[in-house]
Design a protein around this ligand. Sequence first.
Ligand code: SF4
Length: 554
Amino acid sequence: MIMTGPLNGTFAPNSGRWVVCSKSPYTGMWGESNCGSWFGAELKKAGYDGMIISGASKEPVYIEIKDDKAEVKDARFLWGRGTEYTTMMLKDVFGDNHAMVACIGQAGENLIKFANIISEQRAAGRTGMGAIFGSKKLKAIIVKGNNLQLDVHNKDELKKSIKTARDNVKTNYGSQVLTNFGTSGTVDLYNSTGELPIKYFTLGKWDKATKISGITMVQTILIKNRFCHSCVIGCGRIIAIKEGKYKTKETEGPEYETICGYGSLILNDDLEFICYINTKCNDYGIDTVSSSGIIACIIYHFTLGNIKPRDIDGLSPNWGDTETVEKLLNKIVYREGIGDILAEGSNAFGRKFSIPQAEIATIDGLEITYHDMRSNYGMSIAYGMGAAHKGPSHNLCDLYFVLMGYPFEEINAPTITLDTYANDLEMAKCCSIMMDYRALYSSLIICSFCNPLPSQIATIIKHATGLKFGLDEIKLYGERILTMKRLFNLKMGVTPMIDKVPQILLKPLIEGGSAGKSPDFELLRKNFYNFKEWDLITGKISKSKLEFLGLDNL
Ligand code: SF4
């Protein structure tokens, strides 16, 4: 399913996004990936709230949509090509450079379990949605819309409420950090608090962090900001490298997760290499989080002596060894040699070489995103309770925003009064509230960096749709959406047995901002289940809760 969200096209702040959902080929659970760019807005302009793609083609195809005409076309001439070429060629064939393209690269074609869908260098990047396209032999979708007249409930009031929310978002402190320094503007801050993942989660601080930060990017290679449709923040980075090995014309720069994965996680302080590998990953259509997590896992276990060169095609990877990193990435994308196993993920690699699960940084089979939970205990819920939703994700329950003082009091998240190192019911409750709230965001398809007051979002929904919508509905609908995803996962066989955080992510670090600290995940998990009214043994949701949510028929 590819959906655009009910606010898309209204210019509500940061609402021009789109989402792709399917059962994940990587986790076997609910899969979902939310993407920026302008593709979603173009689909809406063509008159579609979304599309459902069923079945599969024998030969490569693409879908061409022009207003109310949708056709499946031959894509054999694009098969084997990267996303940049595919996008350019399709626009050329279509004859309109303003059409929007979402497509896969070689990673999706080769059914790499963590392949992306790429749109205009933005990624629908987690849970392997690119492999879903690949399995259907669907290379791309190109869309152009000209006709839409949006039918909203109360146009004048909607306009006013959108202006209020846009002004609020623009002026808040977090937005200004993102506008000025991008998502990697927090690298130095997280290096000092211990939130930055370093050397495959085994170091608490790194003296080279500044070299890869968003601030350094501004001072060296940043050309301008990039905005998704309707965005008032513009965290996207357009960069150019004028000379040297990684010389490039203007292109999309890396964001925080890629900076960490191909930077601090593997002890690489060469920002220009990160930009280069980011462009390469986008062209291949491969997730930078999972691919870097797998490569870091190999370096870690190789340097410990747990695997030998003969196990990995004669390679001898080491920390900061970018040349071998690139070779490993290429092997994964083309499933060459060891790449065939790595294309199935870190856990498959662990199974092949009898490496204990405790020493592999995955949860629910998915590489975790890059906020170290030892500096922020709530993130252990975001990751460890991933089976409530789509696997471990920083956007699922972004406790770092709560701790930065973002305005969530209206939905009872206790923002700055929360203790970052708490394992108590208050922390579990805050995580639960944020998970519900972000489930609503995912469904409205608003960027999670956009944080007006919840009451302002409720007012926008009310005027756009005519639904009775206030803070009570924000909370109720959020909980209902998260519960439906949990029900889907239960149906796929998920049990609380998979709520596990590996030891490598919990072992206290000896230095840095979180030295000596580690969340009590079991205690947090119990508190979370109790607050949610989920059974600790079966993982099922209580009957009274299902009735309250109107989901007892499920
Ligand atoms: S804040 Fe960044 S990711 Fe979010 S909508 Fe704006 S440009 Fe896109």
